[in-house]
Ligand binder design. Structure first.
Ligand code: MRU
Length: 347
């Protein structure tokens, strides 16, 4: 089976697979301007750090194009405004800001003779480049990471890091899929409360790929490791600090601690666009908090008393000391991460 068509540029608009209703329904959305893209990112219709970055880049182009700026000056002010607006959609995945900054760097570098039309074309080219590069990056992450899973009979993963979360085969799930081409093992997929990216999306992708999968609730993951059913854990990331601390979907950090306890290697797979070298440690990573509705309801049914207080962080931070390796497109980075991350960025 072909990977899901998560994000497609149609020539005029972006076609997004609405991930909020998968796997029950396969519905595509046509996004023509930045407000619809903002909403799609905010509501997790498109989600996963790399996919958010690609979508934001197209959203920036669409927002500027829909206003038809006549001069380079108005093109520039419009682009700045649209980029600032899209940057408010979600706070944690740094790929969002990375993609917008990359597009704005193109805008800033335009020479004074550039027409608004040419500038728009450059902006679209940059979005397409970000899109195309992510596909290649995923393949490289898969190649570098697959050997880490050699000889295992089971691997545990959390959230969704596959084709739905990227423009390619995925990051952590890409590693799993690449390894599964040569070996047979079982994937334990964490359900991933509260929005069920594991149950709804990862289990769906793995089933389509014909890989043996066992869905577990988040609270069962520790038992999977205790019983030795999985000999490796691999997850994605939304933002990795300069010291290797990694933010990922809520529920990741306890997995890393349990994995350390049972001496199971815990890996993170992420492109370099997920690293935020401006941030020294995980303590500085902004963690999204989402609405109470996602906690007090389950599938639309109330599961908690009305008016109860909630605490709903969407991500947690895994300290670098629990991470056995970070799989990137440049290879597997190892501790001490301060050094290996710097080296991966050529510093
Ligand atoms: O809230 P989400 O679904 O956008 O969170 C996604 C994750 O936490 C993923 O693990 C991460 O973005 C990496 S995706 C390759």
């Amino acid at each position: 089976v072909k990977p899901a068509k998560t994000i497609e540029w149609t020539g005029r608009a972006v076609r997004l697979l609405d991930q909020t209703i998968l796997p029950a329904k396969t519905k595509f959305l046509t996004i023509r301007e930045e407000k619809a893209m903002w909403e799609a990112i905010r509501m997790l219709r498109v989600r996963g750090a790399p996919a958010i970055g690609v979508s934001a880049a197209y959203g920036l182009y669409l927002g500027v194009a829909s206003r038809k700026p006549a001069t380079l000056k108005s093109f520039r002010t419009t682009a700045r405004r649209v980029a600032d607006y899209l940057a408010t959609s979600r706070p944690t995945a740094v790929n969002l800001f990375w993609a917008l900054d990359r597009c704005m760097a193109v805008v800033d570098a335009l020479s004074g003779e550039t027409t608004a039309k040419q500038a728009l074309a450059r902006l679209l080219d940059e979005a397409k480049a970000i899109h195309a590069e992510d596909e290649i990056t995923c393949d490289q992450i898969g190649q570098h990471g697959a050997p880490l899973l050699a000889g295992i009979t089971g691997v545990l993963t959390h959230c969704n890091t596959g084709a739905l979360a990227t423009a390619g085969i995925g990051t952590a799930l890409g590693v799993i899929l690449t390894a599964a081409r040569k070996a047979k093992f079982t994937v334990y997929a964490d359900e991933t409360r509260p929005l069920l990216q594991g149950a709804r999306l990862t289990a769906w992708e793995l089933q389509r790929a014909g890989i043996e999968t066992r869905l577990v609730t988040d609270s069962m993951a520790a038992t999977v490791l205790q019983r030795g059913l999985a000999q490796a854990v691999i997850v994605g990331a939304d933002r990795i600090a300069a010291n290797g601390d990694a933010a990922n979907k809520i529920g990741t950090m306890p997995l890393a601690i349990v994995a350390a306890h049972f001496k199971v290697p815990f890996y993170v797979a992420a492109p370099l666009s997920t690293f935020d070298l401006a941030i020294k440690s995980g303590a500085e990573i902004p963690i999204e908090e989402r609405g109470r509705e996602e906690i007090v309801k389950f599938g639309g049914t109330e599961v908690a008393p009305r008016g109860i207080g909630v605490f709903a962080p969407a991500f947690d931070v895994t300290p670098a000391k629990f991470i056995a390796g970070i799989v990137t497109e440049k290879g597997v980075l190892r501790a001490p991460y301060g050094k290996s991350i710097k080296a991966a960025f050529g510093g």
